[in-house]
Design a protein around this ligand. Sequence first.
Ligand code: SF4
Length: 427
Amino acid sequence: MNDHGPISGGTCRDTPVLRERGQREVFCGLTGIIWLHRKMQDAFFLVVGSRTCAHLLQSAAGVMIFAEPRFGTAILEESDLAGLADANEELDREVARLLSRRPDIRQLFLVGSCPSEVIKLDLDKAAERLSAAHAPHVRVLSYSGSGIETTFTQGEDACLASMVPVLPQTDARELLLVGALPDVVEDQALQLLADLGIGPARVLPARRRDEAPAIGPNTQYALLQPFLGETAAALDRRGANRISAPFPFGEEGTTAWLAAIAAEFGVDAKTFEAVTSAPRARARKAVAAAAATLSDKSVFFFPDSQLEIPLARFLTRECGMQAIEIGAPFIHSDLAAPDLDLIPEGPVISEGQDVDLQLDRARAARPDLTICGLGLANPLEAEGLTTKWAIELVFSPVHFYEQAGDLAALFARPLRRRASLKVEAAE
Ligand code: SF4
């Protein structure tokens, strides 16, 4: 595997970014509701949208049919175009009906979408009006998950950013972790930090509204996801300070992320070593098992979740892969810099998409592994390329030491499958 030491030549931080603004093949920001509604246990997400939006959510989160759902779609018909006043009254009626039926709801998010009749509605104003009507039991906020304005993971960013202005104020010097992770992974992170003597750490989003963090000029925050640029900007406006670090994927990323926080909170080297040495060793061993399949293989990232840059860092440095192109739908240069600093120069770094041009580049390069969205995976498989669905990387627990081996295995699986198909075909 590649050595984890500093890079002697140039790094991808110096690579000029290829910016493309053509047709793109990425989910819209409504998709974030699928993991956010699981994380925030007293929240409800009311999409104000069309039947298409309702279908997207139902098919993507169909597992909810056995439970009381915590998302829904208020469908605006074309006839609603006739009068916005009627649409607002209808929305108010629907919200009142929902909240009277579901006293467990403490936070309601109105989520905007693409149709022109929705764009004409002022959902920020509607949220203010409804918040006043249903306070103090329920707080109503709004954000856009529209496919015109957001891609895939930007829905979470827009949601968290909408919460920042209403968080209480504090002058306490506290650590805030920002990003929605599965509870079990979040608990692992909090335990590592507690073992380092840092805490109690707060989390945004909190699991329940009553546990929402307070923030202020002494808040030190660390992002858990690279797609939270708007949320970071909103926290900065409240005076909080961001701890800059690579993202906690793999052994190296997790150690660097923890080390940056430990430095900010004055943890000594001996304590850091004592707390991290055993999980580091476990993570290295687990990654090595999958990395045997990945080593010396080439990888091409189509833009999807904004996780591409830290994942490319993990694959190139910890699994021995060679990156050909690292495409991301949007690159927050400040947030991506610590990961770009660790990737040796060579790959194309692209932002946005012009899907036909990018497909041409992938076909010319014939990578061993292509990470892409669902819509591109099947056609590329039919052309003989081995693909990995990028969406799995968002829906699987992949952060921190204990998941490092699983993360490497997610990339190794399609290569193993392709190899076994070849063997069978040859027999
Ligand atoms: S792209 Fe627009 S219309 Fe389609 S599901 Fe997303 S928000 Fe709804």
